[in-house]
Design a protein around this ligand. Structure first.
Ligand code: MN
Ligand code: MN
Length: 301
């Protein structure tokens, strides 16, 4: 089937299943007064128990932060009344990626949550070999608009692959009229974001998610030790907190700065909505087929 073998598709399905279970477990823990770090670590523990690896660190982004907030070591953020929390979980099995996200509303903004969720459902409904990327974007945009919100236009869904968490094609959240057609067997993540704001995000502040983008020798002994650990992530994103289990923070900070300067690693800062509107997100990974397979859906849900 398509560009992957049956065995490879089974690994995508396995990864999706683990990501979905960890997502649902994490979502059940998000409550007023609970810490973001606690939920993040519980999600990580669940993925480990289910014997998945991470496609990227679990992220919980609040309110006007659309994505890329990952708990810091000792993070003191607590969920509070009114928060809109996006939990994004990415898992690999032998490198094959499952990527999914859900929004938990701790306020009174259920319509905004519904907007992205329905947009995702409607997009999945029309997915089949031959559908164009423009048609998917149009469906997402129209569904979100129907609820009175805007899609975030500069965030997109994407293809996934083996040790590939963001690949081609780019799945738009607006009608781009892109005539590119989906092909049978392709594996893609669809992720509509809906907002009460402008529908644009920008990089904000300093991040703590990185990925390796080049292989170069480094001279400094500390940096070399840290790089050796980073290489174990197979170019997949990682977070500072994971490395603090092996290195003291001051050494780590030095090494990460050096690796950034050498352009051996890349940083992913938090993505904030331009007008600071609330942002909701829904995401599934699917295998394109005449009858689409949603890999990140738990059977009962
Ligand atoms: Mn995701
Ligand atoms: Mn994604």
């Amino acid at each position: 089937m398509g560009m992957y073998t049956k065995k490879e598709h089974e690994k995508f399905i396995e990864a999706g299943k683990i990501a979905a279970q960890a997502r649902d477990y994490g979502a059940s823990l998000i409550k007023v007064g609970v810490s973001l770090l606690e939920v993040t670590e519980a999600v990580e523990k669940k993925v480990n128990e289910l014997e998945g690896d991470f496609a990227f660190p679990p992220q919980i982004s609040l309110n006007d932060i659309a994505a890329h907030y990952c708990a810091e070591p000792g993070d003191k953020t607590f969920f509070k009344k009114g928060d809109m929390a996006k939990l994004d979980v990415g898992v690999t099995v032998d490198g094959y990626v499952g990527d999914c996200a859900v929004t938990i509303d701790l306020g009174d903004n259920e319509q905004l949550v519904k907007a992205s969720r329905e947009a995702l459902d409607n997009a999945i409904k029309i997915i089949k070999p031959g559908i164009t990327l423009g048609e998917i974007g149009k469906t997402i945009q129209e569904t979100i608009a129907k609820h009175g919100f805007s899609p975030v236009r500069n965030l997109c869904g994407h293809g996934v692959g083996k040790y590939l968490y963001h690949g081609k094609p780019t799945i738009p959240n607006i009608n781009t009229a892109d005539p590119t057609k989906l092909e049978k067997g392709q594996v893609i993540a669809i992720e509509p974001f809906a907002t009460s704001g402008a529908g644009m995000i920008y990089d904000s502040g300093v991040g703590n998610i990185y990925s390796q983008i080049a292989k170069k020798p480094v001279r400094n002994i500390i940096t070399r030790q840290v790089l050796k650990e980073i290489e174990k992530f197979n170019n997949m994103p990682f977070t500072t907190r994971w490395l603090t289990r092996k290195f003291p923070m001051f050494k780590l900070k030095f090494a990460l700065r050096e690796l950034l300067n050498y352009e051996i690693i890349k940083e992913y800062p938090p993505l904030v909505e331009k007008n600071h509107g609330l942002v909701s997100q829904a995401e599934h990974t699917v295998i394109v087929d005449d009858k689409v397979i949603v890999t990140t859906k738990v059977e009962s849900s």
